[in-house]
Design a protein around this ligand. Structure first.
Ligand code: PLP
Length: 399
């Protein structure tokens, strides 16, 4: 049967304490026990339905986790206070001193910096590879490798990972395939394609209103429980927990995710086709010219489209900056990092979200100075937006 992630979210039914149509928010950091014995058992992880302390879990966080697990088709999920708060404990839960990771070289700058600059302090090494080349990925695997790490659609270059191919490699070498699916919620369901662990920054499309940070790890019940263990769980012990007020607001926003993703995808497709026809170097997984267009197609849940992210090359950083400033002045969007807002957001990754990556490495991976990353908004009249963007491009000499 076809996997319907939005149905899975909508089919969940929670009532509030007084019959409310939304679950009550657990406005407490700690919880009482009727007996000391139950408290002891809960610390041992033995009592279902008892809450201990909100860094471990809270009813609101469990509701959101359940919705995200349903969306990704995993047994369980654990929410965190940010995307990095989901990524870092996942890596540290799996890897220790002497272990090795094979990672895509085009990933979010913060994840890259963590793997490149931080985990080596713990004797965890990472080989950064072109994730689109399965033979290169396989050649980088060694006896100490524990993880293959990638983004379904990479930040900022929009490279598409062949999750089925990578899952086969992970299986062959007994590794964990960890996929950050932040750029393609609903469109791609990595766990269904063989990923062991799926991560999101909820800060982006899933929450969709740029008013909070959040993250989630989706995986097997065993893995999620191991991360939450009071004895040695990286999520529990590193403490990047989400607050219940926030999880309850993200859960409410998630219920419109399918409508928003369709509109983001529709608008991004429209603009990408126009920009490409204008002769601009445009990267969008929905374009036939995208090197992994067919792979995306083979993996996608068709109704949600190719997502809201696209890039163009403005030719130089000066032109990119001039264009972004003018588009902001004309109220076409905001010169801001992040993604998944109702308004279009644009930034030049080389000097912002990927500035952690040294310049020579940026060049090697094809991250040019003039690259502008767009998170296309929910504009109702995308033709008007296009006409205005086109005029801006003419004015600053990008066209
Ligand atoms: N993963 C991707 C693909 C991202 O783009 C980002 C942030 O930009 C993150 C993870 C980190 O998420 P957060 O900023 O919520 O910590």
């Amino acid at each position: 049967m076809k996997f319907k992630p939005a149905n899975n979210i909508q089919d969940l039914q929670y009532f509030g304490e007084f019959g409310g149509v939304n679950p009550s928010i657990s406005d407490s950091s700690t919880y009482t026990f009727l007996s000391a014995k139950t408290m002891f058992d809960t610390f041992e992880g033995n009592t279902d339905g008892c809450y201990l302390y909100s860094r471990h879990s809270s009813p609101s966080n469990l509701y959101l986790g359940e919705a995200l697990a349903a969306m990704e088709g995993t047994e369980a999920a654990n929410v965190a206070g940010s995307g990095m708060g989901a990524i870092t404990p996942t890596i540290l839960q799996i890897c220790g001193a002497g272990d090795h990771i094979v990672s895509s070289r085009t990933i979010y700058g913060g994840t890259y910096a963590f793997l490149k600059n931080f985990t080596p302090r713990m004797q965890i090494k990472t080989s950064f590879v072109d994730i689109t080349k399965l033979d290169v990925v396989e050649a980088a695997i060694n006896d100490n490798t524990k993880i293959i790490y990638c983004e379904s659609v990479s930040n900022p270059l929009l490279e598409v990972a062949d999750i089925i191919g990578l899952a086969a490699l992970a299986k062959k070498y007994n590794l964990q395939l960890v996929v950050d699916n932040t750029f393609s919620p609903l469109s791609i369901s990595p766990a269904l394609l063989g990923a062991d662990i799926v991560i999101h920054s909820l800060t982006k499309f899933i929450n969709g209103s740029s008013d909070t940070m959040g993250g989630v790890v989706c995986g097997s019940t065993d893995f999620i429980n191991s991360q939450k263990s009071v004895i040695d769980g990286a999520s529990m012990l590193l403490g990047a927990s989400m607050d219940s007020l926030r999880s309850s607001s993200i859960l409410k926003n998630m219920r419109t995710l399918h409508i928003r993703m369709k509109q983001h995808s529709k608008n991004a497709t429209f603009l990408a086709e126009k920009f490409e026809a204008n002769g601009l170097k445009t990267v969008y997984p929905g374009l036939k010219s995208h090197p992994s267009h067919e792979i995306f197609k083979s993996m996608m849940n068709v109704e949600y489209g190719f997502g809201g992210m696209l890039t163009i090359d403005a030719g130089s950083l000066e032109k990119a900056n001039a264009l972004m400033e003018l588009m902001q002045e004309k109220n076409l969007g905001y010169l801001a990092v992040s993604l998944g807002f109702y308004k279009t957001l644009f930034s030049a990754p080389g000097t912002s979200t990927s500035s952690e990556i040294p310049e020579d490495e940026q060049k090697e991976m094809g991250l040019t100075d003039g690259l502008i990353r767009f998170s296309i908004g929910l504009d109702d009249d995308i033709e008007r937006t296009y006409q205005m963007m086109h005029a801006c491009m003419k004015q600053v000499g990008v066209l």
